[in-house]
Ligand binder design. Structure first.
Ligand SMILES: C[S@@+](CC[C@H](N)C(=O)[O-])C[C@H]1O[C@@H](n2cnc3c(N)ncnc32)[C@H](O)[C@@H]1O
Length: 392
């Protein structure tokens, strides 16, 4: 492909990504993979260049652009070498017309900016994310694993964490294949630290998904006790099972819940859990570094639905906690509606519950909970809080 043809390919892909974000279709990565599957003539250098153009244009535009061409012209306005490729050549884009406008630059959609916690450094939400590992204590010790990844740096305060550069192909390593390490952002590891799941405890991971935090809690529990991973989506729990096998965490029980009738499936656990983690479905504003096109999918209506769902999940999570036990509420969202506000609302409606101060070496106190941000902590963005149920 010529350099100009790569720009046109990026424009075509951006058109598909914009439509998919608007209509709730597949993610950008899926669309890019499909595009190149149908175009075998594109070599690996072409694919990498087109992908870089696409993601540079996505990162640059906080609002969903009208067209792929507008997104790319916006980028061309800042990058003369890209502007020069709008040359009208055979497979390249038509020249930019005088007065033809590019997409407006911005970190976040205008409507959501005032809803983010004031401490959030908005530009940093679109930075590059490293690859963080967690050493799986069910199979290995940090001192044994660190020499296997000489490129890795330590993460202050998290003895099981290792930080590798962006894009490091961990899944090709024998250590990953053998279950000695998991890929897990340091922010998620801090949440697990706040859960303080101990050997022998009864722990419920209520929104377990594919089990990232479940497996970290399994390791913290040293494989001893009861650990229930629940979710309403069968395919997500199905992904947890082979991961648990690989990690040597076969004591994990999975529990598929019926959406809107979750309490029924959880009845046996009422008042039993020492720890309940609610890692709630959320706007994902804290993970835009990894998934920048998610900004184009979020709408005020979707945010409202998420806030209502989070409150509903907290409502059926609380009765599972044993007297003296704790509930950890976490989101990878940085809006106060989903974080601080959600926890304040819970505490106001649940007398007998007390927020527990978290004094972690990363992050900042925020309301009754704790805030981690890419700009301040180099992690994904998270809000989490730990609330203790009064002892009987
Ligand atoms: C942020 S993700 C969880 C990520 C996971 N804990 C991890 O660390 O990899 C939120 C999860 O909540 C699940 N979920 C949504 N509504 C739920 C409900 N009503 N009850 C339980 N889980 C729910 C979603 O299916 C999704 O897997």
């Amino acid at each position: 492909m010529t350099p100009a043809a790569r720009i046109q390919a990026a424009i075509d892909l951006l058109d598909a990504i914009i439509a998919s974000a608007r209509d709730g279709g597949p993610a950008a990565d899926t669309l890019i993979a499909r595009y190149f599957k149908e175009r075998r003539y594109a070599g690996s250098r072409d694919r990498r260049a087109v992908r870089d153009h696409v993601y540079d244009a996505i990162r640059r535009a906080g609002e969903r652009p009208e067209t792929g061409r507008a997104a790319m012209i916006g980028l061309a306005g800042e990058r003369p070498e890209i502007a020069a490729l709008f040359d009208g050549s055979v497979h390249g884009p038509l020249p930019i017309e005088p007065g033809e406008e590019g997409a407006v630059a911005g970190a976040v959609p205008g409507w959501i900016a005032p809803l983010l916690a004031p401490a959030v450094e908005q530009e940093a939400l679109l930075g590059r994310a490293p690859v963080d590992l967690r050493v799986n204590r069910l199979k290995a010790e940090p001192a044994g694993v660190a020499p296997l990844f000489p490129e890795a740096e330590a993460v202050a305060g998290l003895p099981d964490a290792l930080r590798l550069p962006e894009g490091f192909p961990v899944e090709q390593s024998a250590a990953w294949k053998d279950g000695l390490v998991e890929v897990q952002d340091a922010g998620s590891q801090w949440i697990v630290a706040a859960c303080d799941a101990r050997p022998g405890a009864t722990v419920v991971d209520l929104c377990a998904g594919a089990g990232g935090k479940t497996l970290a809690m399994a390791a913290a529990m040293r494989g001893q006790g009861r650990l229930v991973a629940a979710d309403t989506i069968r395919s997500r729990l199905a992904r947890l099972e082979p991961r648990a096998e690989r990690a040597g965490a076969t004591f994990v029980e999975t529990l598929l819940l019926d959406q809107a009738h979750e309490a029924r499936g959880l009845a046996d656990l009422a008042g039993q859990a020492d720890v309940v983690l609610v890692d709630a479905p959320c706007s994902g504003t804290g993970t835009w570094r990894r998934n920048p096109e998610a900004r184009w999918r979020l709408t005020p209506q979707r945010l409202d639905r998420l806030v209502a769902e989070q409150a509903r999940i907290l409502y059926f999570a609380a009765p599972l906690v044993a007297p003296g036990g704790w509930l950890v509420y976490a989101t990878c969202a940085l809006t106060d509606y989903e974080g601080r506000g959600q926890v304040d609302a819970f505490l106001s409606r649940h007398p007998g519950w007390t927020p527990e101060p978290l004094a972690l070496p990363a992050g900042r106190a925020h309301g009754a909970g704790w805030l981690l941000t890419p700009g301040h902590d180099g992690t994904d963005g998270f809000f989490f809080a730990r609330m203790r149920r009064e002892a009987a």
